[in-house]
Every structure is written in structure tokens, then in C-alpha cells.
Design a protein around this ligand. Structure first.
Ligand SMILES: [Zn+2]
Length: 188
């Protein structure tokens, strides 16, 4: 394995990055399991395209979707009824079957935040942008870069290897700056 411009060996970056990606992925997957943690009933997820949830704000009074605007509005506000009471829900639906009541075949969202009022739109929109599905996609992209590095390092294309090493270094030193500062590899 080669090294990049500074003294940190590239395999330290790869190991560190893999650890960070594993941890991020664990949080994103666990954040997608709120409904599935209901132990009182059988819960089945439906209409999901992947196991990372997409999140949305919806009105608690009429269930309309509330789309945050980071600049225009003071608070998240229902476009249909004007209510400031909103909840953070999954776009994906879940069917709940309980032995104690009639089966419900109607998929319900997972409620991440049941009731919130006067939510500042920049904060509300920022949360949506951290939806697990989005985070998992970014993790996947970074893992593909690491895989490319592994594949090329088995061959003899030194130029491509050097460029990918720089990309991985950037993902760590710039993309994970705060975590990298505290990592044992950064001071070795
Ligand atoms: Zn409404």
C-alpha cells in the first residue's frame, strides 16, 4: 500500500473511514426501525424501496405534507389548514396486526416526533435532509470509493491509485475532520 503526501499511511485512512461509515450506517438503520420496535403487535413494513427511511413533516390536524422553506416562513405551517402542530413521520408505511383488536391493513407511517409546534423551518428541513435513506446513499458512495481503491491497488496503475488515495484522505481529513482529530491513527 502506498502513502499520500503526509505521514499517515493510506491503510490507516481506509480503516478509520470504514469504522466511521459502519457507525453512521448503524445509526441510520436503527433510526429506520421505530415502528418495528413495537413489541405489542406484529409490524410489517410495506412499500419500502430500501431499508433506509425517508422522513417528512405532516400536519397533525389534517395530515397534509408540510414542506419547509428555510427563508420564507417563521415556523413550519400546514399549507392546507394553517396549523403549526406538525409531526415528523416516515414516508414508508407499516401494517400493524394486534391479537387484541381488529387487524389493520392500512399502512401507517412511523412517528419519529409525534408532536412539535413552532418548528423553525431551517431546523425542520435540515432534519429531513438527514433522513436515513439519504445518509445510507452517501455511505454507499464513500464505500464504493474505498472499493475502487482496493481494486486498483491489486493492479499496477500507480497514477489512479495515487488519485484515489487523495480522495480517501480528503473524505477523512476534510469530511470527518472532527472525528479524525480524536482518532488514535491521526497521531501515530
Ligand atoms: Zn393541516
Amino acid at each position: 500500500m502506498g502513502t499520500v503526501a503526509n505521514a499517515v499511511p493510506i491503510d490507516h485512512y481506509v480503516a478509520f473511514l470504514t469504522r466511521v461509515l459502519d457507525e453512521e450506517e448503524r445509526w441510520a438503520r436503527e433510526a429506520s426501525r421505530t415502528s418495528l420496535r413495537d413489541t405489542r403487535v406484529d409490524v410489517t413494513r410495506v412499500d419500502g424501496t430500501s431499508d433506509g427511511e425517508h422522513w417528512t413533516w405532516e400536519c397533525n390536524r389534517c395530515d397534509a405534507t408540510v414542506v419547509p422553506d428555510p427563508v420564507e416562513d417563521e415556523f413550519l405551517e400546514c399549507p392546507a389548514c394553517g396549523s403549526y402542530s406538525v409531526s415528523l413521520r416516515s414516508v414508508e408505511g407499516y401494517v400493524h396486526r394486534s391479537p387484541y383488536s381488529d387487524d389493520s391493513e392500512l399502512p401507517l407511517p412511523s412517528f419519529l416526533i409525534h408532536t412539535a409546534e413552532e418548528v423553525p423551518p431551517p431546523f425542520g428541513g435540515y432534519l429531513l435532509r438527514q433522513s436515513p435513506a439519504r445518509v445510507l446513499a452517501r455511505i454507499d458512495a464513500a464505500r464504493r470509493i474505498v472499493k475502487m481503491y482496493d481494486a486498483i491497488s491489486c493492479g499496477h496503475d500507480d497514477e489512479a491509485l495515487g488519485m484515489l488515495a487523495d480522495v480517501i484522505e480528503t473524505l477523512v481529513v476534510v469530511g470527518c475532520a472532527e472525528e479524525w482529530r480524536d482518532a488514535p491513527e491521526s497521531s501515530e
